[in-house]
Write a protein that binds this ligand. Structure first.
Ligand code: 8X3
Length: 248
């Protein structure tokens, strides 16, 4: 059975991916929030073997310490799901908070780089090596007030393309997944806990759910060995572009 490591596994797309991958993978679930991590591990332990690692992806030393701490029976990894990521704020570039900008670059870009660099040596022996990077429609289309978030996701797009090229000789597949509007904690985090403002983002249409994205990830990693799903862009039916959503 293949082993998958998922970052940001405590909620949203990460947790939904853990639930669907539990059908046919052993799981290394990673997140910052230990209680939630333990809760999802307990939930899935009856279906598959689960190991948890609690660390912050934006702390390079914590990332390597966590990956180095994996016991021998967990030190061969086939699938890496780089899901951890957030948006902080939605403001004109000139008005936004520098700490928010740093957090997005540190988590969405540097975090993905740190985790991938640490995990790649553990993919050495896998014949099924596969990296899935969670990008966003924001990585393909920049929108006003989202400049730095969009820049962080444009970096993920470039990382997916470049990794696919550089890892070709090692036979590792790379899939870039770019969802549009998905109803998770995403907007509540973006709006710093303002639940009302967050809820408005998803009103008047049916947004994607975390499960919808998880199914797309499961599809990509379930393909035959000779098939590489390079990119999946996933919108709700009511969305046609980053900022074009048909609301009732
Ligand atoms: C999340 C989707 O449309 O807010 O990455 O950029 S969007």
């Amino acid at each position: 059975m293949k082993t998958a490591l998922i970052t940001g596994a405590t909620s949203g797309i990460g947790a939904a991916t853990a639930r669907i991958l539990a059908q046919d993978h052993r799981l290394i679930l990673c997140g910052r929030r230990t209680e939630q991590l333990d809760a999802i591990a307990r939930e899935l332990q009856s279906q598959t073997a689960v190991f948890t690692l609690s660390f912050d992806v934006s702390d390079s030393l914590a990332v390597s310490a966590a990956i180095d701490s994996l016991p021998p029976e967990w030190s061969a990894i086939d699938v890496l799901i780089n899901n951890a990521g957030n948006a902080h704020g939605l403001d004109r570039f000139q008005d936004g908070d520098l700490d928010d900008y740093k957090a997005m670059i540190n988590i969405n870009v540097l975090g993905l780089i740190y985790v991938t660099k640490a995990v790649l040596p553990l993919m050495e022996q896998s014949l099924n090596g596969h990296i899935v990077n969670l990008s966003s429609i924001a990585g393909k289309e920049t929108y006003t007030n989202g400049t730095v978030y969009c820049a962080s996701k444009a970096a993920v797009e470039a990382l997916s393309q470049g990794m696919r090229m550089d890892l070709l000789e090692r036979g590792i597949k790379v899939t870039n997944v770019a969802p549009g509007a998905v109803e998770t904690e995403f907007s509540a985090v973006r709006f710093k806990g303002d639940q009302q403002r967050a809820a408005q983002v998803y009103q008047g249409y049916t947004p994607l759910t975390a499960d919808d994205v998880a199914r797309a990830i499961h599809f990509a990693i379930g393909q035959p060995d000779g098939v590489q799903v390079a990119d999946i862009t996933l919108f709700p039916k009511a969305q046609a572009a980053a900022t074009l959503i048909k609301k009732n």
